[in-house]
Design a protein around this ligand. Structure first.
Ligand code: FAD
Ligand code: UDP
Length: 372
């Protein structure tokens, strides 16, 4: 084991690290506590022949050519531009908010060149902290209180079980506001879905003679018995340190799959439900994968405090606690024996491409320092 690198977790962070280390001629053992690789982007084909994402819908999007080139080494991507509709006041309207959303919601007919002034007017009539201090401030400072209440307030309370004023501005910065008619969810340069699925992508990344994989194995059952050259840790940050600074909060989802005997259930892959029902969104996977079938499988997401750790919860308490843990991480990383990377291990609200980018960067730095 002394000559080996141990990678904890076979999600994108762990798989990327394992691959780069293996290509640098190191022997890598990946341990994964689940029975499968892929982490939270794991997908599989259900009994109706439809590819579904077990832990919620995943769309790959990035502005990084490096990340895009990396993933394209291992699989082809299906052209797909993600579109989302929001169910408000009984009808489906484009989301993120753009010119068409405004026209439909307010029953006005304005040109794209008038949208900025329209929103400025909404903002002028609203109350918020300037500069913005929290989630609510960021949204209201861009679109005003009326649109905030319709599209953001209740969705955010449902998703996080928090007052939006308790959440970091960074959460709101994930959602753009568009003055034009672009109705895509993401505007990144590269977007798509792995043609043969995310599990296949991760399996291909891990497919290297120097990489061995052990599933159904929790790192904490073996950490006292092994002494690897390097440990790349991608699990929960607080758990690594036995929660000495207190527990970090993770938000989960209860995921309910349903199959219907219709070709399509809804007009786009994702419909958000800010104000109605207890779910936040419904995903119909066929729109993403392009699969054809007389039946369709959809996924209802019900946010939950219990369950798998899917989301970091960016409140002040959690962010402060994270800082304490990250001081410990810095010390361990300085020793050259550990790398902490990924959504859980860095306690950051990372997208897939950001995880891959961080993993490439951290492992490359480690390799550089090693060779001096
Ligand atoms: P994970 O995928 O969580 O992998 C960590 C792995 O480590 C897990 O498999 C876990 O079982 C394992 N592990 C943890 N602790 C241990 C241990 N002690 N021993 C052994 N194994 C352990 N990103 C996008 O870019 N686009 C999207 O559309 C998108 N949609 C999302 C939708 C949902 C509902 C969720 C929850 C996330 C979404 N993401 C999306 C984010 C994306 O899932 C993550 O950025 C990415 O998968 C994180 O990869 P990771 O390797 O850091 O973590
Ligand atoms: N959000 C919202 N209304 C929406 C969609 C998103 O208020 O219709 C807020 C909500 O707080 C959510 C955050 O924006 O948690 C980030 O949304 P995103 O779609 O990026 O969430 P994810 O895909 O990570 O679940």
């Amino acid at each position: 084991m002394q000559d080996h690198v141990l990678v904890v977790g076979a999600g994108l962070a762990g798989a990327t690290a394992a691959r780069i280390l293996a290509e640098s001629n190191l022997r890598v053992i990946v341990v994964e506590r689940r029975k499968h690789v892929g982490g939270n982007c794991y997908d599989y084909t259900d009994e109706n022949g439809i590819t579904v994402h077990l832990y919620g819908p995943h769309i790959f999007h990035t502005n990084s050519r490096e990340v895009w080139s990396f993933v394209n080494r291992f699989c082809e991507f299906r052209y797909y531009q993600h579109r989302v509709l929001s169910f408000v006041e009984g009808r489906l309207v484009p989301f993120p908010i753009n010119r068409d959303t405004i026209c439909e919601v307010f029953g006005v007919n304005i040109g794209v060149e008038e949208v900025e002034d329209f929103l400025k007017d909404e903002v002028r009539r609203s109350n918020f902290n300037d500069p913005p201090k929290n989630f609510r401030d960021v949204v209201v400072s861009q679109v005003g209180e009326r649109l905030y209440e319709l599209f953001f307030k209740n969705y955010t309370i449902k998703q996080w079980n928090r007052d939006p004023e308790e959440l970091s501005p960074d959460v709101a910065k994930r959602i753009p506001v568009r003055y034009g008619r672009d109705d895509r969810y993401f505007s990144d340069r590269y977007q798509g879905i792995p043609a043969r699925g995310y599990t296949h992508l991760v399996e291909r990344i891990l497919d290297h003679p120097k990489i061995s994989i052990v599933t159904n194995m929790d790192y904490f059952e073996l950490r006292d018995h092994v002494k690897p050259k390097l440990t790349v840790y991608t699990g929960e940050l607080d758990r690594f340190f036995d929660c000495v600074y207190g527990k970090l909060e993770y938000r989960s989802l209860r995921l309910v799959f349903k199959t219907y005997d219709v070709e399509y259930y809804q007009p786009v892959a994702v419909v958000n439900y800010p104000n109605d029902y207890d779910w936040t969104r419904i995903t119909e996977f066929k729109h993403m994968t392009g699969e054809r079938s007389s039946r369709t499988t959809v996924l209802f997401e019900y946010p939950s405090a219990e369950g798998e750790p899917f989301y970091v919860v960016l409140t002040r308490d959690n962010i402060e606690r994270r800082e304490k843990y990250m001081e410990e991480v810095k010390k361990l990383e300085k020793s050259g024996e550990y790398i902490f990377v990924g959504r859980l291990a860095e306690y950051l609200y990372y997208n897939m491409d950001q995880v891959i980018e961080a993993s490439i960067r951290k492992v490359s730095e480690w390799l550089k320092n090693r060779t001096g």
